[in-house]
Design a binder for this molecule. Sequence first.
Ligand code: NAD
Ligand code: UD1
Length: 342
Amino acid sequence: MAQTILITGGTGFIGSHTVVELIEHGYDVVIADNLSNSKLEPLNRIERITGTRPRFHEVDMRDRDGMNALFEAEPGIQAVIHFAGLKAVGESVEKPLEYYENNINGTLVLCETMRAHGCKTIIFSSSATVYGENPVPYVETMQKLPASNPYGWTKWMIEEILTDLHTADPTWNVMLLRYFNPIGAHPSGLMGEDPRGIPNNLLPYVAQVAVGRRECVHVFGNDYPTADGTGERDYIHVMDLAAGHVAALEWMLAQPEPSVEIFNLGTGKGTSVLEIIRAFSDACGHEIPYVIDPRRPGDLPASWADATRAKEILGWEAKYDIAQMCADSWNWQSHNPEGYTD
Ligand code: NAD
Ligand code: UD1
């Protein structure tokens, strides 16, 4: 019988793509999301792509009764992939209480509910942000450095909370996946990133300029100590990231003993802002206008993964290049210029 996996935040960007990948690998998927940063439409898209409609529960992670009711209605949950959380860095600086409350409390209530129902296997969406100002490439064995914003601290702290949980009760099986910069979209053009308001992240911004929703890209600084002076990041195709979750889950469920494991999910390569703009211009077939602005406070010059551990242990590595990431982003954006419309 298919194993049942609960995906929190499963109507969001990374969650929805991971749901597709899980269904295609034969898993039975249940989604929990409060729709604070997503819509219901991805459920229709998932069904169109896979032929299966995942079960959906509209519930807030912090709602004890709601979470309990979910686990009662879905008695066979074997593992949880926990994507649900607020993720806008700038907003987290303005609303620290909301970010700590949502991300930390949501995780605590989720774990308490899991424990009460005998499910102690969790994969958590962490971030490269926990490496702080370590030198690149980032290796999992590096010490974590202080975060520069409340969002980053929530990732930092939830890693600690889940590690403490395993220390106190070694039957907890914990996987911390540190994502680099997820971009791209499902190759069908049916699913992609649909940020609310003005995008903070580079790729959705570039895509909206390409489609004519915004005037020009603002490049945040061209005086960094990098090859062309603009910031370098490890962009990873969201489908590669989704495949990384399936590889992580399969590996985890096959281990004889529960443990706490950390894996970077990145490509191991850095790409600059100007290289991204050029690659996206090639993908969409026209020039993308940009201006050079001052640096954005808190930005690092460069961030990329040492992706060796995931390859050696999980047998997973990213396979899509920047050209494909931009082509798939463009395919999504050009077919859905206003994102998901119901
Ligand atoms: P997203 O906003 O598209 O998805 C997150 C989902 O969680 C949304 O659908 C939102 O409605 C839901 N959610 C938020 N708070 C909730 C709550 N209290 N209860 C129930 N549902 C809730 O974001 P994403 O890009 O898909 O990111 C998924 C996870 O990966 C997040 O935890 C994010 O911090 C982490 N992450 C993302 C990136 C990135 O660049 N996108 C990088 C590193 C880590
Ligand atoms: C940001 C967050 C990080 C979070 C990640 C995913 C900060 C400091 N870091 O990462 O914690 O995990 O998003 O949500 O916010 N850029 C521009 N113009 C733009 C937007 C970005 O030039 O309009 C540049 C940035 O300076 C950076 C690169 O593009 O060099 C990537 O930026 P972005 O997509 O925001 O991701 P990160 O800053 O890496």
